[in-house]
Design a protein around this ligand. Sequence first.
Ligand SMILES: Nc1ccn([C@H]2C[C@H](O)[C@@H](COP(=O)(O)O)O2)c(=O)n1
Ligand SMILES: [Zn+2]
Length: 179
Amino acid sequence: MSLTEATANMSLQDDNTQTKRVDYISWQDYFMAVAVLAAKRSKDPKRQVGACIVNDEKRIVGIGYNGMPNGCSDDEFPWGSKKHHFVCHAEMNAIVNSNSVVKNCTIYVSLFPCNECAKIVIQSGIKKVIYLSDKKAYKDEYKASRKMLNAAKVELEQYKTNQNKIEIDFTIEGDMMSP
Ligand SMILES: Nc1ccn([C@H]2C[C@H](O)[C@@H](COP(=O)(O)O)O2)c(=O)n1
Ligand SMILES: [Zn+2]
């Protein structure tokens, strides 16, 4: 080995004082957190829903939340009981705004898909739904939704975590404190 090679190798030798972080978030926590974060963009005063579509390479290909259609001002369209005539659901927005194919993808949703969203999920070829809340399961639309998703063999999984909160802190350590 030449002196130059030996010097180059030496500079790559680790001091072994640092090991990998262990408290990083799991993929599932990460994708569901993205869905929950997207929901925070919703203007619906009663319920905010978010969705995040992920392909089999763990790449996010679509994100959406419930909101008024393009061109329909969310200052002018109603947010009371009439909102249902107009509002686009999170799942639909995530699918139609996706930047890549959604066939065979997984959709993370903060609320179990309604019957209308279930139809779009099925027709788009999404193969798995991971949902956070199932609080509307007692309603007919959601029973219909489950029936369709099951018949179409879309896998359904309720999201479980041992971490109820993920904090987002905009003061990044290292920016001002340590070198
Ligand atoms: N799968 C779903 C179900 C509902 N949403 C949206 C639509 C509305 O903005 C809101 C539900 O309002 P509520 O009937 O509880 O007053 O959630 C959705 O995006 N995706
Ligand atoms: Zn829906």
